[in-house]
Design a protein around this ligand. Structure first.
Ligand code: AMP
Length: 218
């Protein structure tokens, strides 16, 4: 199975991608997670990306295209994958199409999660992430008696700097300007479906599963 999860920051792409990856045993490729790991260990990629990420801007296309070429060519991607956070510009989407053709990869679906913008800001301000494994939580879950450490690996939970209100509003503006136009790009491909991302996590998950089954991807 090869899918792209598409939508604004905070819509739930990471949460849904993790569920699908666990269920189908396929590779969850989150470019945000890859970049954060690179920043943490100060690799050449991390040094290039850090400032853009801190300011809530997009990392330049040539850096991202190089990264995705490497990842899609890796063994882990052979069994199938979910792309979460890539592509984010029309140039990235064009490069991805070329790469698919070169690697003989057939894309099953582009699934777009839709949510109201005020809800995005609210969700981002409430999002907490595990420092170690990247699992995502929301403040409400934690306040309602949830763990104060990651249930998966025991790591510390923290708020990403770019989830703080000023930067998250800017990220949303960047999404509207740079990434949203991609919807038209993928609509024309005939493999695009938009679903309601405002619903609860299990409801959205089941909607995605139904869609994949209906289209013979799962
Ligand atoms: P995310 O975790 O997907 O919200 O990504 C966090 C940050 O990483 C973004 O705000 C960008 O700075 C950077 N980033 C992730 N994916 C991309 C991409 N495909 N193109 C450009 N920048 C990206």
């Amino acid at each position: 199975m090869r899918i792209i999860l598409f939508g604004p920051p905070g819509v739930g792409k990471g949460t849904q991608a993790k569920l699908l990856a666990e269920e189908f045993g396929i590779y969850h490729i989150s470019t945000g997670d890859l970049l954060r790991a690179a920043v943490k260990s100060s690799t050449p990629l991390g040094l290039k990306a850090r400032e853009y990420m801190e300011d809530g801007n997009l990392v330049p296309d040539e850096v991202m295209i190089g990264l995705i070429e490497e990842v899609l060519g890796s063994r882990k991607a052979q069994k199938g994958f979910i792309l979460d956070g890539f592509p984010r510009t029309v140039a990235q989407a064009r490069a991805l199409d070329e790469l698919f053709e070169r690697l003989n990869i057939k894309l099953d679906r582009v699934i777009s999660l839709r949510v109201e913008h005020e809800e995005v800001i609210r969700r981002l301000s409430q999002r907490r992430m595990c420092k170690q494994c990247g699992r995502i939580y929301n403040l409400q879950q934690l306040e309602n008696g949830g763990a104060s450490r990651c249930e998966n690996c025991g790591g510390d939970l923290y708020q990403r700097d770019d989830d703080k209100p000023e930067t998250s509003r800017h990220r949303l503006d960047v999404y509207v300007k740079e990434t949203k136009p991609l919807k038209n790009f993928y609509r024309q491909s005939g493999r695009f479906t938009q679903i309601d991302g405002m619903k609860d996590i299990p409801v959205v998950h089941n909607t995605i599963l139904d869609l994949l089954l209906k289209n013979g991807a799962a």
